[in-house]
Design a protein around this ligand. Sequence first.
Ligand code: COA
Length: 416
Amino acid sequence: MRYAHITGWGKYVPERIMSNDDISKLVDTTDAWIRERTGIGERHVAGVDDTTASLSINAAIAALDGAGLVGAQIDLVIVATSTPEHFFPSTASIVQDALGASHAGAFDLSAACSGFVYALSLGADAIKAGSASAVLVIGAETMSRVTNWKDRNTCVLFGDGAGAVVLQASDRPGGVLSTMLRSDGSGSELLIVPAGGSKMPITPDVLAQDLQCIQMNGREVFRFATRAIDRSLREVVHRAGWTLQQLDLIVPHQANIRIIEAAARSLGIPMERFFCNVQRYGNTSAASIPIALTEAVANGRLRANDRVAMVGFGAGLTWAAAAVEWSEGRALSRSKRTISRIGYGLANMRSRARRIYRRAEDRIFGVEQPERTPAPIRQLPAKPQPNGNGHPVLPPSGASNGKIASHTASQPKLEP
Ligand code: COA
């Protein structure tokens, strides 16, 4: 039987720290209010050069070093994020390229603050099924890019950062023993970035109303979160064949210390067994659990053979949990670390070389153009028609004056 062990872990946060006092200069709030209602004292915020991919790459290198692997040994890269680099390509593909993970598949996973546990579950399943032997699971966010810095209800809560783990196959029992994933889309409006997707494209009106930023019903989310932690921990621990009392450590999503305290009370587990670092990072969404795991190991709170449960919850609504028997890291030796750094430099050169080669190939051999066929003329409505959401549905590109001028052979032909 194959098991999926966590053999490496790492984190990376942007250098810039924003304190509660800094935020009180932007909105009507105080350090005392934020600490009392959330437990947050400060958060890290991306600088102009930090992106979700750059944070991911740094966290991933730390996790690979810890696992004693280099990028080329990875079979799959999953980046859990709600603030990707672009709609497409995926942030994971950019990370895969930077790490020289030339044999790996790569994709992004969107499940908001539950994303890391979702990704861990998928990665572990890929290993157990035999389709991968080494999987890089990253949670990374630049929440500051979708934060409304005029809204005191939300801007005090979030922060930026990335955390990563490496999953590796082994015959030795342990690792990720059980997971559970859940969703309830009826609560989708409770925590949402309304605009920027297909439902509400960005327009000047949208920007004027800050609809491209986070909106939240804090009280409802709070109630949901405490219930989600309680239920999912009980279920995942039961599935692993453990009891709650046997857990050495619980690493919950770091959203608000009061949510964690309320869940601890309802589970009857002392707060000392919960790992909390929300004080220094705020809510880093999908990044919060892998950042917390990395710090828990560094602080001696999580050791090999410990029973750890992690639980995520957030927009969707989504929630997810995992029960893991913690494994030893397999740190790279000094010489191997030097070689791995050379490898990342070479990956960068390889990426550039491939871009140059692609351009040169186009010049030398020419780009094959799809064959153009004469198109039938078809009448279309002259004006954009509003759809159900009030957004105009524009005629297909190439259409003007209510007529399609031409279309390429690759497009379906309209019958006259
Ligand atoms: N500073 C000062 N006052 C603030 C404030 C801030 N940053 N944010 C809100 N307030 C005000 C509100 O406007 C309200 O004022 P009013 O009574 O005059 O209307 C008052 O504080 C109380 O608001 P309320 O919503 O009852 O506060 P709360 O105790 O529920 O705390 C949250 C608000 C957001 C901290 C809390 O609801 C929460 O943490 N919810 C979960 C959010 C979360 O974790 N989301 C991510 C999940 S992944």
